[in-house]
Each structure stands twice: as structure tokens, then as C-alpha cells.
Design a protein around this ligand. Structure first.
Ligand code: PLP
Length: 384
């Protein structure tokens, strides 16, 4: 039982699951090349936006025949754009095992009023992806950021399918292997694994998704920020950096810097390895204690980015006030910021392990969690 404070503090206490820690090399000075005060439609602006698209493709290994667009409103904007423009042509399988997936279910059922089969799993569990009907459209989240449960791989998704697979990949992209042949739509925000800023979403479309866009018109009206076609044809400019509305060139520059950092640590493999190494520090710590465990029940589904933990001692299991008090102690000591579990998730800790976090900081944090847990437990016993 740890009662005295550990000697070492993490050099960077930022373990938030979004916006996530900036890349270790980040500095505001590095953004000096941003074409501020210039039009994003001037050659310099368009070139930066096209560079962001091209370098995303190269780093993530997105096939040449997939389109990549920068769209408004972060991951939410990109995912809703996909739902509003593509769904309704056929019935849909809506899949959720945590809060964000559940939000997309609400949109499909209550807003779009689609013919939807809803498949939901409790926090810590996952829906059987092999039991879905892939001749329907399928909407799902690759990595459930609020439960720390992820799809292990794309094996359950058939290569030949009638419907489209529409995947919210925001806390998976750059940390987990995304099988592009199994994904017709993937979305993410720069603010997650790459430690970029929010407000801009990435929308990745397979040729089959483009075919749907060009051959199907939803029965509902589409606001300008959602419109991807004109006269039944894809607006190709969006996928070359001619954004629908005005982007922040400062944020674009920041993303370009993050991509350059990603290449410097070994590209996609290097980024995924960093997340794996980071998550292992937390997993090993949990395995060595008797009082804290991963929320993910099946080890194959354990996230390597948003690692969600629960306290298992019956005296405090499920005790939201206790979990909050532990996170308060960590924050007060300046050793971990924003590590409380998501508001709708079971009480506990959520520790971001994506690539921008340094392994040494997680190693320094673990003894502090031990300390904060026992300090709070002692305080609770004394108060009783
Ligand atoms: C799985 C998932 N989907 C969507 C979002 C919303 O992202 P944004 O706020 O960038 O739109 C988040 C944010 O944490 C998320 O984790």
C-alpha cells in the first residue's frame, strides 16, 4: 500500500482523451509558416490544404482511389455528414458500445427516422460484429473512446458486401490498423492521436461510397456544410482542399507539423507502436494490483488509446464520488490532468495512451495512481 508520495512526476501531465497532448516537439514558433491573413483559396492556402490531404493519405496508407476531404465541425461534422448524405437508401445496422456510438444511434433513429436495427453492448463489452447484416449499411465506432473498447480487426466485415460500412475512427486513426478495404467511410479529427486541434474533420470515402453519393439523393434537406454533390456529381474540389467553408490555416499548419512529427517517429508503424507501448504500461500496472482493472472485458478489445479503468475493490467499485476524488488528487498534485472517466461511463479513470504521450510519463504516473487511490481510501475509512 503506497502512502508516501512517489519521487518522480510525469514531465507532461496531459493525459486527456481529447484534445490530446500535443506532439512532444510542438511549439507555437513552429507554426510560423502558417499563411495567416491570406485567403484559403489563394494558391498558398490551397497548397497547404492539399498537402494536409496528401500527407494524411501517405501516413495512414489510404488507397489512391479513396477520397479524403477536410470538412467542418471536427469528427462529429464528418460523421454526421456521412450519415446525412449516404443513409436512407437501404436499412441500416446501428452499432454502439459507448456514448459516442450511442449518439449516432440516436441520430439514425430519432432524427433521420431510419429503418434501423440497433445493436448495443454495455460499457466494457462489444457488439458481435460478425452477427451484422452487411447488405445493410453499418454505422459503428472503431474505438469507443468512453469505454476503452475497440474493434480488434476488420475480419468480421465481408470484403463483398451490399451495404456501406461507415466508421467513426477518431480515436483509432494513427494508433490502430484500419483495414481500408473493409471501410467505405472513415472519419476522424486532428485533435486525437496526432495531438492536433479540433474543429476540422477528416472524411474518407471509398469508391463505393462515392458511387452511392452520385446515385442516391436523401429525401431530407441538406444544409450547405453537408453537401458533397452538385447536379448528381461529387464535388471533387472538396477532396483537393477546396473546403466547403473557411478553415483555420493556423490549425492546418499545426496538423502539418503533427504529421511531420508522425513521420519522424517511424510513420504509422512507429505511431502504433508508441500507443501499444504506452497502453502496456497501464495494463501491466493494473495486472500487478488487485484493485484496478481494465473496463474492457475481452483482452482482444482493449484500446491502446483511451484506456478506461475501474476500481474493483467492492468497498469503492462503482463509487463515482470516490473515483472523482482520486482524479482530484492527481490533478491537485499536477501529475495527471483530465483523467476522470467520461460523464456517461462507469466511474473510474481514463488515461490517454495515444502516440503523443511519452511512455516515461505513463511510467511516472502509475505510482501516483497507486498513491492517490490509497490516500483516498484511507481518507474514506477515517471519515467512516
Ligand atoms: C468516438 C468519438 N466520436 C466522436 C467524437 C467527437 O469528436 P469531435 O468533438 O472532434 O467532433 C469523439 C470525441 O471524443 C469520440 O471519441
Amino acid at each position: 500500500m503506497a502512502t508516501s508520495q512517489p519521487a518522480t512526476r510525469p514531465a507532461n501531465p496531459r493525459f486527456s482523451s481529447g484534445p490530446c497532448a500535443k506532439p512532444p516537439t510542438f511549439s507555437l514558433e513552429a507554426l510560423a509558416g502558417a499563411p495567416l491573413g491570406r485567403s484559403h483559396r489563394a494558391a498558398v492556402g490551397k497548397a497547404k490544404l492539399a498537402q494536409a490531404i496528401d500527407e494524411t493519405r501517405a501516413l495512414l496508407g489510404v488507397p489512391e482511389d479513396y477520397r479524403i476531404g477536410i470538412v467542418p465541425a471536427s469528427d462529429t461534422g464528418a460523421f454526421e455528414m456521412a450519415m446525412w448524405t449516404l443513409l436512407g437508401e437501404r436499412p441500416v445496422e446501428m452499432v454502439a458500445w459507448e456514448s459516442f456510438g450511442a449518439g449516432w444511434v440516436t441520430d439514425a433513429v430519432k432524427q433521420l427516422k431510419l429503418n434501423a436495427n440497433v445493436h448495443e453492448a454495455e460499457y466494457g463489452r462489444i457488439v458481435d460484429m460478425g452477427a451484422l447484416d452487411y447488405d445493410r449499411d453499418v454505422c459503428f465506432t472503431w474505438n469507443g473512446t468512453t469505454s476503452g473498447v475497440r474493434v480488434p480487426d476488420g475480419d468480421a466485415i465481408p470484403a463483398e458486401r451490399g451495404g456501406l460500412t461507415i466508421c467513426d475512427a477518431t480515436s483509432a486513426a494513427f494508433a490502430q490498423d484500419l483495414p481500408w478495404d473493409k471501410l467505405d467511410v472513415a472519419t476522424f479529427s486532428w485533435q486525437k492521436v496526432m495531438g492536433g486541434e479540433a474543429a476540422h474533420g477528416m472524411l474518407i470515402l471509398s469508391p463505393r461510397a462515392v458511387e452511392r453519393l452520385e446515385n442516391y439523393t436523401p429525401s431530407w434537406p441538406l444544409p450547405k456544410v453537408f453537401r458533397l454533390t452538385k447536379g448528381g456529381k461529387l464535388i471533387e474540389g472538396i477532396f483537393r482542399g477546396e473546403t466547403i467553408n473557411t478553415p483555420s490555416m493556423l490549425v492546418v499548419e499545426d496538423y502539418l507539423q503533427a504529421l511531420a512529427w508522425g513521420r519522424s517517429v517511424g510513420g504509422l508503424r512507429g505511431l502504433m507502436d508508441r500507443a501499444d507501448r504506452n497502453a502496456k504500461v497501464v495494463w501491466d500496472f493494473c495486472d500487478a494490483q488487485g484493485w484496478i482493472a481494465n473496463l474492457a472485458e475481452d483482452p482482444a478489445t482493449k484500446s491502446n488509446t483511451s484506456v478506461c479503468l475501474k476500481f474493483t475493490d467492492p468497498a469503492v467499485a462503482g463509487d463515482a464520488a470516490f473515483a472523482k476524488a482520486v482524479t482530484k488528487r492527481l490533478e491537485a498534485e499536477g501529475v495527471a490532468l483530465d483523467v476522470g472517466s467520461y460523464r456517461d461511463a462507469p466511474p473510474g479513470l481514463r488515461i490517454w495512451c495515444g502516440a503523443t504521450v511519452e511512455t516515461s510519463d505513463l511510467e511516472a504516473l502509475m505510482p501516483w495512481i497507486d498513491w492517490a487511490y490509497h490516500a483516498e481510501l484511507n481518507a474514506k475509512r477515517e471519515a467512516a
